[in-house]
Design a protein around this ligand. Structure first.
Ligand code: SF4
Length: 414
């Protein structure tokens, strides 16, 4: 569907319900919970595997960025007041390079806009890198209101860290982790595995050292080669090779086994947590809840009276900053979502979750059951093959299914 540009006033005016629009959208939307994502687009250096919207800048006008986030939050909040704010997530980029006062200002303004949610229940995450300069700022970020830190460790092997273009050592990463645990009640560690030449035994060893830290949450991603990155060109030129598919599957299996033995469940394809430690913000994405995105390139999904919208902000930091200064929003496009769009997105996100997709939730969003909207022949075949379970009013990908999720989703939606 073609995107259209709207102002916040346009949202407030709300389009009339369109044919094929899901019934739930026409119901009261004010009670829907809301997550807030804030994108900080700067990093100290660019990692060669990274295709995120992250940039290295000579200088950053921290005051201008603080004003811009607050302006976009105020403008967006006009149609979202009365919602229940459940989480704030400062992502990037490297948001630990943000002035802690900026984080405090955004958190404070969000609590003013959504006052019913003030209190300990609000999960507020900041992504950080483990170099020592940033770790020294943890205390200030905690004072700003951050209560969950997500630390990009990526590897506990110095040669792997060099390969990944990281600017910290394994020892610095563990030191930063210790400091993070001292300041934040909840800490996540991000790691990248299935690296060139990595054996299951070596990965088990790295995992064991990380598990010794007693974290409640880990995000463990397989290395992927993204178009447009330095790794893409290097991989194409044969400078390195990723593990073969079977080896990747063995590494994934070993990951799940090691984490399960330590009491962390794979509640999502790449996310492992002790009970109650799941990332509530990311669960909003995977459960297809509403979220507001602030900052360059940030996306949003908002259910408003009469419309479900996908929002996308201008990607270039300078363009976003200029647009917010001019009109209060850095919006690139707002696109109404059809029922077909929402089915697609809900299946893509929901099958990543261990809990899968609840039939009642699916009906609320799509107006129909699984059999009405998904390929029932493909579904039956997947159940028989052991890739999908369909009981207790849910569909879920099994462990075997998780290894072939893209193909399953294509078949279910075909
Ligand atoms: S620090 Fe993170 S966001 Fe920045 S370039 Fe590296 S991977 Fe990308």
């Amino acid at each position: 569907m073609a995107a259209r540009n709207l102002t916040t006033q346009g949202l407030a005016a709300a389009d009339p319900p369109a044919p094929g629009r899901a019934p739930e959208i026409q119901e009261e939307t004010q009670a829907r919970p809301l997550a807030l994502y804030v994108h900080w687009p700067f990093c100290a250096s660019k990692c060669p595997y990274c295709d995120f919207n992250s940039h290295v800048a000579d200088s950053i006008d921290q005051d201008a960025w603080r004003r811009a986030y607050l302006a976009e939050l105020d403008a967006s909040a006009a149609v979202l007041a009365g919602r229940r704010l459940t989480s704030i997530f400062f992502g990037g980029g490297t948001p630990s390079l943000m002035d802690p006062d900026t984080a405090a200002a955004v958190i404070g303004r969000a609590r003013e806009i959504w006052p019913d949610n003030a209190g300990a229940a609000l999960e507020i995450t900041l992504e950080a890198n483990p170099n020592s300069a940033e770790a020294a700022r943890f205390e200030a970020f905690h004072a700003a209101g951050i209560n969950r830190l997500s630390l990009g460790i990526q590897a506990l092997d110095d040669s792997a860290l060099t390969f990944l273009g990281r600017t910290h050592s394994a020892a610095e990463a563990l030191k930063a982790l210790g400091r993070a645990k001292a300041h934040f009640p909840r800490v996540n560690a991000d790691m990248i595995y299935a690296r060139p030449g990595q054996t299951v035994a070596a990965w088990r060893d790295e995992l064991a050292r990380l598990l010794d830290e007693g974290l409640g949450h880990m995000s463990l991603y397989q290395l992927t080669i993204e178009r447009g990155t330095p790794f893409f060109a290097a991989h194409r030129h044969g400078d390195f090779a990723l593990p073969m598919e079977d080896d990747q599957a063995r590494l994934y299996q070993a990951t799940g086994d090691a984490l399960a033995q330590a009491g962390l469940t794979a509640y999502e394809v790449s996310s492992y947590a002790r009970p109650g430690e799941e990332c509530r913000h990311n669960l909003t994405y995977w459960r297809y809840g509403d979220f507001l995105g602030l900052g360059p390139g940030a996306h949003g999904r908002l259910t408003l009276p009469g419309a479900a919208l996908a929002t996308e902000n201008l990607r270039a930091p300078a363009d976003w900053l200029e647009a917010v200064g001019r009109c209060g929003r850095g919006l690139k496009a707002e696109t109404p979502l059809t029922v077909a769009d929402r089915i697609h997105e809900m299946v893509v996100m929901g099958l990543r979750l261990g809990e899968g997709i609840d039939a009642d939730d699916f009906r609320a969003v799509t107006g129909g059951g699984f059999a009405d909207h998904l390929n029932t022949v493909a579904m039956a075949r997947m159940v028989q093959a052991g890739y999908l379970s369909a009981d207790d009013g849910r569909i879920k990908a099994t462990l075997e299914g998780r290894l072939r999720l893209d193909a399953m989703i294509a078949a279910l939606l075909g």
